[in-house]
Write a protein that binds this ligand. Structure first.
Ligand code: IPE
Ligand code: IPE
Ligand code: MG
Ligand code: MG
Ligand code: MG
Length: 294
């Protein structure tokens, strides 16, 4: 476990250093630069970029891990922008994020919207610049995957239905499954799929994305459970889903069934990870999500 902690710490350090480099390099007005930095640092769990680096390294070694770094940072920027916008009064209207006031509470709504937009654009600039430098089809495919899975056929599409299904009655399991697959799993699938592409393992892209899908679904169900029973370490308001009358696995299927689905998805994902060589770290990371309280 000591080794696991060290590897995780190293991945996060590498990601944070590169994120800082990218953000410091801009010549933006101080107000927007500060609003972007506010949400990126100190940051959250960095689970998506860590997954991407770990997948790339498992499948393609150290060089692949280095090549995945720009995509991993871009993905974390897109994820962070999605959180800033998710908290806005027009969406979930939540005032706490990552243990402190939400971006719009600290910087005002206009600056929060623009900080989200700024992070989204910077993500694409980073990926495009990298693709232009290395000029490989894998890198272009990796960028395309991140674009698709964070757009209307991915995270944004899921957020749309998440909002549309507020206060809805008779919501089906298929409808919540769509929401979770898109708002949450797609960014996990981007991490696993792009990590595999950059890792030079095109044959493993589908299996990796399936693992990302399952882990993402489980991750969101756990997030919903913590929205009910979480403590201060959760870093965001408890009871947000109830306040907004969200349609979740818990509200639609009941807590016992939601927990059952969660346990099944987690163990299937873990089993699949363990079929890969050198998968110890990835398996330990996936396992750490199962019992998380934060
Ligand atoms: C929050 O994601 C949004 C969900 C999909 C549940 P994280 O729980 O990964 O948030 P951070 O990045 O650690 O703050
Ligand atoms: C949001 O789900 C997922 C995103 C795409 C941001 P939630 O609304 O449950 O995320 P939290 O609980 O606010 O982090
Ligand atoms: Mg939301
Ligand atoms: Mg929310
Ligand atoms: Mg939530």
């Amino acid at each position: 476990m000591h080794n696991y902690d060290n590897i995780l710490h190293e991945y996060i350090k590498t990601i944070d250093k590169k994120l800082d480099d990218y953000l410091q390099a801009s010549d933006a007005p101080a107000s927007i630069a500060e609003a972007m930095l506010y949400s990126i640092f100190p940051g959250g769990k960095r689970i998506r970029p860590v997954f991407m680096l770990a997948v790339a390294e498992m499948l393609g070694g150290k060089a692949a891990c280095d090549a995945a770094l720009p995509f991993a940072c871009a993905l974390e920027m897109i994820h962070t922008y999605s959180l800033i916008h998710d908290d806005l009064p027009a969406m979930d209207n939540d005032d706490m994020r990552r243990g402190r006031p939400a971006n719009h509470v600290a910087n005002g709504e206009a600056m929060a919207i623009l900080a989200g937009d700024g992070l989204l654009n910077m993500a694409f600039e980073i990926m495009a610049d990298y693709c232009a430098t290395v000029n490989t089809s894998e890198s272009v495919q990796a960028m395309s995957k991140v674009a698709k899975y964070s757009g209307i056929s991915g995270m944004i599409g899921g957020q749309v239905m998440d909002i549309k299904l507020e206060n809805a009655t008779n919501v089906s399991e298929t409808e919540v499954e769509y929401v979770y697959t898109n708002k949450t799993s797609k960014l996990f699938m981007a991490a696993f799929g792009s990590g595999a592409l950059v890792g030079g393992a095109e044959n493993s892209v589908n299996v990796m994305e399936d693992i990302g899908h399952k882990l993402g679904m489980a991750f969101q169900i756990k997030d919903d459970l913590l929205d009910i029973s979480g403590t201060k370490v959760f870093g965001k308001p408890i009871g947000s889903d109830d306040k907004n009358n969200k349609s979740t696995y818990i509200s639609v299927l009941g807590e016992p069934r939601a927990k059952e689905i969660y346990a099944n998805l987690s163990s299937q994902a873990l089993e699949s990870i363990k079929t890969f060589k050198n998968s110890e770290f990835l398996a330990a990371l996936a396992e750490s999500l199962v019992n998380r309280t934060w």
